[in-house]
Design a protein around this ligand. Sequence first.
Ligand code: F6P
Length: 305
Amino acid sequence: MNAALRAVVRTALRRGVQVTGFLRGYEGMVNNEPIALDSQSVGGIISRGGTILRSARSKEFREIEGRKKAMANLRAADVDGLVVIGGDGSLAGALRLKEEFDLPVMGVPASIDNDIPGTDYSIGFITAVNTAIEAIDRVRDTAYSHERVFVIEVMGRKNGFIALEAGLAGGAEAILIPEVPYSLAEVCGELQKAAERGKRSCIVVVAEGAARAVDVRDFIERHTGAEARYLVLGHMQRGGSPTALDRVLALRLGSFAAHRLIGGFSGEMAGVDGGRLVSHPLSYVFSSSRTIDPERLLLASTMAQ
Ligand code: F6P
């Protein structure tokens, strides 16, 4: 998100437009916490995870009274266009401000879950997956040496995008995601077949929306007799220095969103489609959903043999 913020600020300045940031996002709009952002204020942040503006889940902004307060504060700060960097909740807030107050808005998708339609990748996903596979690689050393099954739970809320990508890249023997029905008995059967083929260890990646790692571990131990351990990666996946791909993605999306907003477009979200920058109406983002790529699913099952 810092890279996207840096791109919004420097693109706007290049176009002769001043930029104001709001601390803690909508919460800072409701409580009137604007800060002037010049080129220096976004210097040295490209390598840092999270956001220097900080973030909050604002209860007040969910109510119309809160949004009226936010809008009054935006007007007082001379804001005539808003770029919102965030996940579906943040983008929904942007759409509200446009519909209720006719404020020109532009969205930039940022969520490790990668569940936002209209873009192949949202900011943070690639870094989160890299963090997950680093953990998987490390765990595999113990799994191999001690001949154990490891169940690794990754984030993703109700979606399995992180689990599928990390499972593929980490060479998992099984990947459990909420989008695809699974049977733990069948998973155990596959693990046993793998053991018969001579596999000394197995990694099972579980999306948090599919099951709890501890339950999967217990089931595997009870039904296969294998020694199993589990690990919940949790918020580790949401921090750390972003990868080069993630930084460049964020720069491109942030800059594109700023250009579109200054160019008079509104109510859209910037995205990438096959590497190209695209823009979709925010209404599209909320009327569709990202689906799991069947080609990746097939690949995962082929690789697990
Ligand atoms: O949406 C991003 C995400 O990291 C999810 O993957 C996870 O379920 C959730 O946020 C965790 O939220 P919190 O930090 O509020 O516990």
